[in-house]
Design a protein around this ligand. Sequence first.
Ligand SMILES: [Fe+2]
Length: 298
Amino acid sequence: MTLREAFTAMNTTADLRLPFAVRPLTPRLGAELSGVVLADDMSDDTFGAIYAAFLRYQVLLFPPQDVPPARQVAFARRFGEVQIHVMNQYHADGFPELYRLSNLDDNGRPNGRHPDKGTLEWHTDGSWSRVSGQATIIYGEVMPETGGETHFCDMYEAYERLTPAWKARIAGLRAVHNLNFSRTRRHGEDPMTEEQRRAKPPVDQPIVRTHPETGRKCIYLGDHAESIVGMPYAEGRALIEELNALAVHADLTYEHRWTPRELILWDNRCVMHRATAYDPATQGRVIRRCTVLGEVPV
Ligand SMILES: [Fe+2]
């Protein structure tokens, strides 16, 4: 099955050729794919159909199953080169491609510390890198009883909903994305080292990007965006805050309440996401994440 055939099939009501069942999670974005064993070797046909669903639905959920670290990395590599995150203290399971966020101590008890409060703000993974994040793939190992959800918002439709005046105002503007800014401004814990800062200096990215595969325009901003190129700092900050808020709509958002051992992947090029808070003193939350490198946004 070609990508186009799979894509077409997913837009029809019944299709027996797909190697999985598709259950849309909202009318606009998100779908659960059932019937894929992610720990098994995957045929090119199955991967092609998953990739088509990834482009169509933007967020894919796979029901609870065992996905060992090596299989998660192998699955991520089907999408492309996998990011080795500059914050190397989070690397996990012997794979520099994996990034673990955990609030459990060595005895498996909650330690009271949130591992990355930056995740609580709407953002897109890897926008602070010239080559930004394509897919992010998260496996949920331990999930809290309450909180710790992940929310996803569709940035294609967010762009479409901007007024003509807003579209004209931001056309051609570029934002400077800076991991050191987003990491330190709200939380100030575990700051980047000098070496990490040198490895990932700020980069400018278009505020409106065109998805390289679907050809659709979307808002590309989020919490890593610090300033606007050619604009006074305070003015740029105000514009970023205003547009980040305008971009999020309840009816364009899928809110996922996790069950342990689920896997979710999403397209960072057209989706913003955030995690919700939980009590890190009483509840455990452990996820491991891979982000696939994509392309330089245009
Ligand atoms: Fe993220």
